[in-house]
Design a protein around this ligand. Structure first.
Ligand code: CA
Ligand code: CA
Ligand code: CA
Ligand code: CA
Ligand code: CA
Ligand code: CA
Length: 387
């Protein structure tokens, strides 16, 4: 009798766990993803590496940015947000190098062409929900560690809760007075987007609010394309907006990824660019509702080319309910000679055991080769942000 009651208890407990999270094991995650892929005709890839789990339990890992080490590409780093703790820096093997417990960091970006103290520095910026502010660091090129930078006065967005974050440098501004300006763009959970110009103020960073654009509902994912001068904004339950990235363009915007049609499923979360020569790159969006990543052309039409999913393979679990994503076209040494795509994973399994969330690294060539026809592989084009 005892055995049977234990079994019933076990089954009941398993049922409870299964109903609390959308997947209860690595095998379940993969079975669910297989079904979604078949129903939608999505392409399938596997990760080549994964990072160590973040320190915080539950929903904690969120966004990532890739710092390109131009001197030593294989020593490039992944700068990631643990939204219950701070920033974490990983190497390309997924090992944690540094962590900075500065609060509830939500989204993060890095840009290597910020003019500072007579030099170009790799600037890291992140939205911090603990203080409703933006933190800035510079990357120490020698070891990939981060050094906090001081602001002349704190950058406090007017939004109630700062959420999304991206940098933008206006190398193709429509008017000379807007050329080569450097911006931090934030968006809050109330849909208020704010664009801040950053400049060097004798070793501190001065900020100036350039424009405010109010969206109708919650937005998070942001990415700006220096080369085309476009800003992409993910309004989580609506779709992806494209707007000119210079503040002078006001609130002019166009819906390019519409949730009411196609293969996107709410929430639309992270956005990333895969860059290529002659604007031949891609905009990639995390379609969190169906565990997939949608690929659009970066040219004027932003045509949808298909979606892919990260499945289990080589001892690494698949990816589901992804928040942040990042992509790099440049080769990163012998492990990722054709660039990399990185995605947060909402349910990280070590075998069948669920562990803290982490980030998956996929060889770009593995993704490109799944598409029909192949996606571009361009490991020589150097965008402004990676110079
Ligand atoms: Ca999440
Ligand atoms: Ca990011
Ligand atoms: Ca979100
Ligand atoms: Ca997973
Ligand atoms: Ca998020
Ligand atoms: Ca894992």
């Amino acid at each position: 009798m005892k055995k049977i009651s234990e079994l019933v208890l076990f089954l009941f407990a398993s049922f409870l766990i299964a109903s609390c999270s959308s997947v209860s094991s690595g095998g379940d995650e993969d079975a669910k993803n297989q079904k979604i892929a078949e129903e939608n005709g999505f392409y399938l890839v596997a990760a080549q590496a994964e990072t160590a789990p973040v320190a915080s339990a539950d929903d904690a890992a969120d966004d990532i940015a890739i710092w390109y080490n131009s001197q030593k590409p294989e020593a490039s780093t992944i700068i990631a947000a643990d939204k219950q703790r701070g920033l974490v820096v990983y190497n390309l093997d997924g090992e944690e190098l540094y962590n900075y417990p500065v609060g509830n960091i939500n989204n993060v970006d890095v840009h290597s062409r910020f003019g500072f103290q007579g030099d170009s520095v790799s600037l890291v910026g992140a939205s911090n929900r603990s203080e409703n502010t933006v933190n800035l660091w510079k990357v120490n090129a020698a070891d990939g560690s981060l050094e906090a930078l001081e602001l002349s006065k704190p950058l406090n967005p007017k939004t109630k809760e700062v959420y999304g974050f991206t940098f933008y440098k206006s190398i193709t501004a429509p008017r000379p007075e807007y050329e080569n300006r450097f911006y931090a763009i934030t968006v809050g959970t109330d849909g208020k987007l704010e664009q801040w110009e950053l400049s060097d103020d004798k070793g501190k960073i001065k900020t100036r609010l350039g424009r405010v654009v109010q969206f109708d509902s919650q937005c998070e994912g942001l990415v700006a394309d220096d080369e085309t001068g476009n800003l992409f904004v993910a309004e989580e339950a609506v779709g992806i907006w494209k707007m000119p990235a210079t503040p002078a363009s006001g609130d002019k915007k166009e819906l390019i990824g519409d949730l009411s049609k196609g293969k996107l499923a709410a929430d639309i979360e992270g956005l990333a660019l895969y860059q290529g020569a002659g604007i031949k790159g891609y905009l990639i969006a995390s379609s969190q509702g169906n565990n997939s990543f949608a690929v659009f052309t970066l040219g004027s039409k932003n045509k949808y080319l298909g979606s892919f999913m990260i499945m289990a393979g080589g001892g690494i679990d698949g990816t589901s309910e992804t928040d942040g994503i990042a992509a790099m076209n440049l080769g990163l040494g012998s492990d990722f000679p054709d660039g990399v795509f990185i995605a947060q994973d909402g349910y990280n399994y070590d075998g069948e055991e669920q562990v803290n969330q982490n980030f998956k690294l996929v060889n770009w060539k593995d993704i490109a080769g799944q598409f029909e026809p192949w996606l571009l592989i361009d490991n020589s084009f150097v965008g402004e942000r990676n110079r």
